[in-house]
Ligand binder design. Structure first.
Ligand SMILES: NC(=O)c1ccc[n+]([C@@H]2O[C@H](COP(=O)([O-])OP(=O)(O)OC[C@H]3O[C@@H](n4cnc5c(N)ncnc54)[C@H](O)[C@@H]3O)[C@@H](O)[C@H]2O)c1
Length: 347
């Protein structure tokens, strides 16, 4: 099959603009229709990218011949829209988070399996060339045993008037919004995740949801991950991913990616940084290739479900308190040595 598959976009907001550009560069997928409940948004995108526009996903399904759809609407609408297309045996690439809770996510996956259609969650960072190369470096073993994984996605963004800060639509705050990317990245590098802990920072925008969190995750293999997420600060970091092994480190950055073995003096640059267009293009190509049966999905529906499960566990943990008031502990130094994770007593 040399024809590019015909994709419909549901939702013509922010992220749909990136998809529209990525379709133009894709070898395997093209934009064939766009739908949005704000018809003016669908019309504007349709005109800019020369495809028909519709006022709803139902109207699009009835009015356009489609091989697949990408769902780019706010999270709470994902289950209903995805199921609508499964019933019509149309494959769906659904933007992250797959859903705002585990139960509906499971239901979506079962419905897709029952219909026999390809279905997964879009998670662009797995398709970033530097991330894929970094994974190869980690897997090769040249950094030794991996001990610590660090990720940060922080940028100041006013969420007061956006659906992202309305939990009934978004499922929560920055934890589910940016954290879904983080958790998927961490699983990509470290495999299944076993435990999660979350602490929340100050809410400077006064939102009803968390704006800044630090997440600690332990992988099943015992590797510790630390993830910083914020809508309120920008940490101005060069790299968003740092992985430390017993014999070296790798840093994946916005403008450059590099690694260094402890035995080597110099950092070895292996990538030019982050390109949104490249990542979205590769993601579309992988999904189209999987529909054609030419390649496997890089992110499976099970991966998507695992992300939802980790985020749900993270929220459950966020509701508990980990803090111990300073001055409230009658501690003798001798006891510290016996504490969990404390250093062994010196002879
Ligand atoms: N991969 C990424 O980097 C990335 C970045 C931003 C957002 N996202 C995800 O993409 C999705 C959309 O986010 P956004 O920032 O583009 O939001 P947005 O608010 O900019 O756009 C969403 C659009 O969906 C439309 N819409 C809402 N309900 C609809 C329905 N039932 N049918 C049709 N259209 C409907 C809205 O009118 C709006 O135009 C979310 O799941 C979000 O988490 C992913």
């Amino acid at each position: 099959m040399s024809e590019r598959l015909r994709f419909g976009l549901v939702g013509a907001g922010g992220i749909a603009q990136s998809y529209a550009q990525a379709f133009e560069a894709s070898r395997r997928a093209r934009l064939a229709a766009v739908a949005d409940v704000r018809f003016e948004a669908a019309k504007a995108l349709g005109e800019a990218f020369s495809c028909p526009s519709f006022e709803s996903h139902e109207a699009m399904a009835g009015g356009a011949e489609l091989d697949a759809v990408v769902v780019c609407t706010p999270p709470s609408s994902h289950p209903e829209i995805c199921r609508y297309f499964f019933e019509r045996r149309v494959p769906v690439l659904c933007e992250k988070p797959l859903s705002i809770d585990q139960t509906s996510a499971r239901g979506m996956i079962e419905a897709a399996q029952k219909a026999g259609v390809k279905f997964t969650m879009a998670s662009k960072f797995r398709y970033v060339e530097d991330v894929v190369r970094a994974k190869g470096i980690v897997t090769s073993g040249i950094l030794g045993e991996i001990v610590l994984f660090e990720n940060a996605f922080t940028s100041r963004v006013d969420m007061a008037s956006r659906w992202n800060s309305r939990p009934e639509i978004s499922g929560g705050g920055v934890l589910i919004d940016n954290g879904t990317h983080s958790v998927d990245l961490m699983r990509y590098f470290l495999g299944p995740l076993a435990e999660v802990q979350v602490v929340e920072g100050k809410r400077s925008q006064g939102l009803p949801v968390e704006e800044t969190v630090r997440i600690f995750v332990r992988s099943q293999a015992g590797v510790l991950g630390s993830i910083d997420l914020s809508w309120s600060i920008n940490k101005e970091l060069d790299s968003y991913l740092n992985i430390y092994g017993s014999h070296g480190s790798v840093c994946v950055g916005w403008k450059e990616s590099k690694y260094r073995q402890s035995s080597g003096r110099e950092w070895v640059v292996f990538g030019k940084g982050y390109s949104k267009l490249q990542a979205f293009g590769s993601q579309l190509d992988n999904f189209a290739g999987a529909i054609r049966g030419e390649e496997a999905l890089l992110i499976t529906a099970e991966d998507a479900l695992a992300s939802v499960e980790v985020i749900e566990a993270a929220y459950a943990d966020l509701r508990r308190s980990h803090w111990l008031a300073v001055g409230q502990v009658a501690g003798e130094p001798a006891r510290r040595a016996a504490g969990k994770g404390a250093a062994a007593p010196r002879p």
